[in-house]
Design a protein around this ligand. Structure first.
Ligand code: NAD
Length: 332
């Protein structure tokens, strides 16, 4: 099968491409990515000469370039997006353009060229937030209630994907997943920022009181979930994907990382001004994907966290050049 992966130079896309080519070495992947601040071809260095992999620099909002690449493939797995909530507060318009218009341009091309499968990678942030003192979780029936411009743009893209299935019969699937972590995540995101700060002798920055609960999904568990949905799920279906997390808040994640790196807690944490509209709690119920497709996370949160910290310790040459650039966003 020839698959177009959009946004394959980003965090989840690059992990997915490594995963897929290892599991399905006879398939062919075209990685179509604009290489924004979040796109790093260094993450794909080890497979750049693989004859089953190729890279095209292009913009999903450029209909001509999209038509050209979509005409060559059987299926699309769509990761490309503006994905950082903090950036969506500084510059919301690019989120509308990339995440909504870009997705629609891809769907148009899928329609035009009779694409067999279109998988859309989305987020649990489309559902809004849960109260801290509840034990409810998001599931496939939860109503959409996005808060940030990022979440609103992803919600719109989900609706468009479903509309193209219902109206034009495009074969689509959607996954709404929780916060991912793992190798090759840009050091401007919460977990790698924290790990690389500590590795650089700096403090961890924790927003507000740190009592923001996230559901943490390892990126390789996510890649496996996308694989199962893409290959085996009914067309038009949606699956929620989450990690094996008992509610853990950002402050507790920081404390775990500090401990793994053998640092002193009192000297390693700095509380900083909260961001506007900060959602208190996300939690994902992944019963449906477990029941229908047999998916579950491979390890618990603590085991995956330890592996992740180790990866950043061993791959300074990957994150060091990105670290300085990534701090500029927080200065703004
Ligand atoms: N990271 C998470 O925790 C998380 C959680 C839930 C859902 N998601 C979703 O998963 C997908 C991937 O997330 P990520 O964390 O890997 O994002 P990322 O920001 O690391 O990567 C996004 C990639 O898309 C590319 N891109 C951006 N605009 C583009 C355009 N106009 N045309 C082509 N390429 C473009 C970037 O260059 C980059 O390589 C996104 O759709 C995101 O909404 C992410």
């Amino acid at each position: 099968m020839k698959i177009l992966v959009t946004g394959g130079a980003g965090f989840i896309g690059s992990n997915f491409i490594h995963y897929w080519l290892e599991k399905h070495p006879d398939d062919e992947i075209i990685n179509f990515d604009l290489l924004t601040y979040a796109g790093h071809l260094e993450s794909l260095e080890s497979i750049k000469d693989n004859p089953h992999y190729s890279f095209i620099k292009g913009d999903i909002t450029d209909a001509k370039a999209v038509d050209e690449v979509v005409s060559k493939v059987d299926a699309i797995i769509h990761f490309a997006a503006e994905s950082h909530v903090d950036r969506s507060i500084l510059d919301p318009l690019i989120f509308t353009k990339t995440n909504i218009i870009g997705t629609q341009i891809l769907l148009e091309a899928a329609k035009k060229f009779g694409i067999k499968k279109f998988h859309h990678v989305s987020t649990d942030e489309v559902f809004g937030a849960l109260p801290l003192d509840s034990d409810t979780k998001f599931n496939e029936e939860t109503s959409y209630n996005p808060h940030s411009p990022y979440a609103a743009s992803k919600a719109s893209s989900d609706h468009l994907v479903r509309a193209y299935h219902d109206t034009f019969g495009i074969s689509v699937t959607i996954t709404n997943c929780s916060n991912n972590f793992g190798p090759y995540q840009d050091p401007e995101k919460f977990m790698p920022r924290m790990i690389t700060n500590l590795l650089s002798g700096q403090k961890v920055k924790v927003y507000g009181d740190g009592k923001y609960v996230r559901d943490w999904l390892h990126v390789l568990d996510h890649a496996r979930a996308i694989e199962m949905v893409f290959l085996n799920a009914a067309q038009g279906s949606t699956y929620c994907v989450g990690g094996m997390t008992k509610d853990v808040n950002n402050l507790e994640v920081a404390q775990k990382v500090i401990k793994l790196l053998g640092k002193s807690e009192s000297e390693s944490i700095e509380f900083v001004t909260d961001r506007p509209g900060h959602d208190r709690r996300y939690a994902v119920d992944w019963t449906k994907i477990n029941k229908d497709l047999g998916w579950e996370p491979q390890y618990d949160f603590d085991s995956w966290l330890e592996k992740t910290v180790k990866w950043y310790q061993e791959n300074e040459s990957w994150w060091k050049p990105l670290k300085e650039k990534s701090e500029s966003i927080y200065k703004k």
